[in-house]
Design a binder for this molecule. Sequence first.
Ligand code: FDA
Length: 392
Amino acid sequence: MSAATFDAIVLGAGAAGMMAALTAGQRGRRVLLVDHAPEPGKKILISGGGRCNFTNIHTAPDRYLSENPHFARSALARYTPADFLALVNRHAIAWHEKTLGQLFCDHSARQIVDMLVAECRDGSVAFSFGAPVTAVDHGDGLFRITVDGRERTAPSLVLATGGLSIPKMGATGFSLDLARRFGLPVVQTRPALVPFTLGEDEALFRSLSGVSAEVVARTGKVSFREAALFTHRGLSGPAMLQVSSYWQHRTPIAVDFLPDAQSDWLLEEKRVRPRATLRSTLARRLPERLAEALADRLSIESELGNCRDAGLRAAQERLARWPFQPTGTEGYAKAEVMAGGISTRALSQKTMEATKVSGLFAVGEAVDVTGWLGGYNFQWAWASGRAAGEAL
Ligand code: FDA
């Protein structure tokens, strides 16, 4: 029996793969979209708490991590948040801006998946869902894959199986393994946008599980002002997830618990409310339990009026750069994305095609481009998928 032939085979029916497939299909290419999961877009369905934070209006290349920070520029400039929003509006999907430029569906992430599936159907994309790919070969200018016992061939193959985060949901290193097989370098991968774990010496903070506060979290030269959340294992919340992408093992992170306070705030409080304790003073700006834990750690029990100025100044400096030494992160099981991946050195920034393997493309999270929290990763998936889809 002869193999079914296509112009392109896209491996992975997630955000990037569906965008690549629908773009190529609507350009008249015969496309086969393959996924081992029985239905497409599983990560889209759980994203943004089920409402999919599908883009961010502040998308810019400096909000992405990559060995080559300029790589994403071209694709992001050619397919923008406004372009994706136009598609969302065309499908009459209600949306809202939540905070910091993050756009969410009003109702359900399912609408985004349905929209992408409908667009794929518009492009007559063929689907193969729910069966594993058991072989991938390449020769005579054709890629051959075996799925469900049948061989399918195409002159182009798109690696779009995403990253390693949430293996429970079927995430695999398939694209990374295939890339290596085709001689493409892979940048060391690591969990990103992931909660930190704290050790025994910081157990006091773990007892604050569930408490959150707006802070500025810093690692190295980057800082993020967002909410931090204490968990029974360590630190989470947007501020912590953001810095985790930049964090190097065994380095401390610094947290400013008083981002809006003047540098002499405690001295001023001493003047105005000398009978107040540090704990009650901190509780004016922070959740009660956190104020208590911080005051305990600072060992200032007497009333502010009885404290020396130097002691209060030192306490405030500590509160503005509170050091935490994470023991690690919660790993891929809890990471929103994978950092690292197929090296951008091996790919054309215009088309996402491998420079040394004609017809081989890589898109989305499998590539070494990782966005900030807040819709940036989907925007990269749409933009890189679009770039490949236009070149297939
Ligand atoms: P994606 O993971 O979407 O798709 C890969 C596809 O390949 C999957 O359908 C998978 O089944 C398939 N596949 C894997 N291995 C295969 C194999 N061996 N054979 C065949 N198929 C295979 N981002 C954002 O911008 N806004 C948000 O709100 C969120 N929220 C969010 C919540 C949670 C809990 C997570 C885990 C992640 C997010 N993200 C996010 C990140 C976002 O989901 C992610 O960056 C994109 O889905 C990446 O798109 P891709 O298409 O590259 O991979």
